[in-house]
Design a protein around this ligand. Structure first.
Ligand SMILES: [Zn+2]
Length: 182
């Protein structure tokens, strides 16, 4: 059983769900993304994502027309495995298609790019053996990209990252909920 925190981009609120590993993610349609697929190798009892990332997944799966094999999606910062300020820690990134042939992967990558539903699709030159796409949001804090600034009053999965980092370092943040209280 996983606790899943979802940032609802339409209401600007955090929603909490409890789902078994073989159940679909919140806002997923047609069981095309199970909790176990979203978490990949993450051991975290708590997962997070956004409604918009789930909707982008639904669109991509529909356009592709067949199952998309997922390698990794979610990771908590302390689990590592990704670069600093990775969108995987924000729960809005997918690494998929590791088991596809080169041509199938290119089809999926091109489709993800042309669909326009993702904020970023990694070029094949950077990740030739998988396809990375993500639905990052907010204005990056610096010109070279990265996470948006979070401040008092912010509600986002980036606040969850900050809370998770601070909790891991021994600071008390009043919970892991994605809400930076005023
Ligand atoms: Zn990735």
């Amino acid at each position: 059983m996983a606790k899943i925190i979802v940032f609802n981009n339409d209401t600007n609120r955090m929603e909490t769900y409890y789902r078994n590993e073989n159940e679909a993610m919140p806002y997923n349609t047609n069981r095309s993304l199970l909790v176990s697929e979203f978490r990949g190798s993450s051991q975290s009892p708590t997962l997070w994502t956004t409604k918009r990332a789930m909707q982008s997944w639904n669109s991509t799966r529909y356009l592709y027309g067949r199952p998309i094999p997922v390698g990794f999606a979610f990771k908590r910062p302390w689990e590592g495995g990704h670069s600093n300020q990775s969108q995987h820690y924000a729960g809005v990134a997918f690494d998929v298609g590791q088991r596809l042939s080169n041509s199938e992967r290119n089809t999926l990558r091109n489709l993800a790019r042309s669909s326009g539903v993702w904020s970023y699709v990694e070029p094949a030159s950077l990740t030739p053996t998988w396809v990375h796409f993500d639905k990052r949001f907010g204005r990056p804090a610096c010109s070279t990209g990265g996470y948006p600034v979070v401040r008092r009053g912010s509600i986002s999965t980036y606040v969850l990252i900050a809370q998770d980092d601070l909790n891991t370092l021994g600071y008390r943040t009043g919970g892991l909920d994605g809400i930076f209280r005023k």
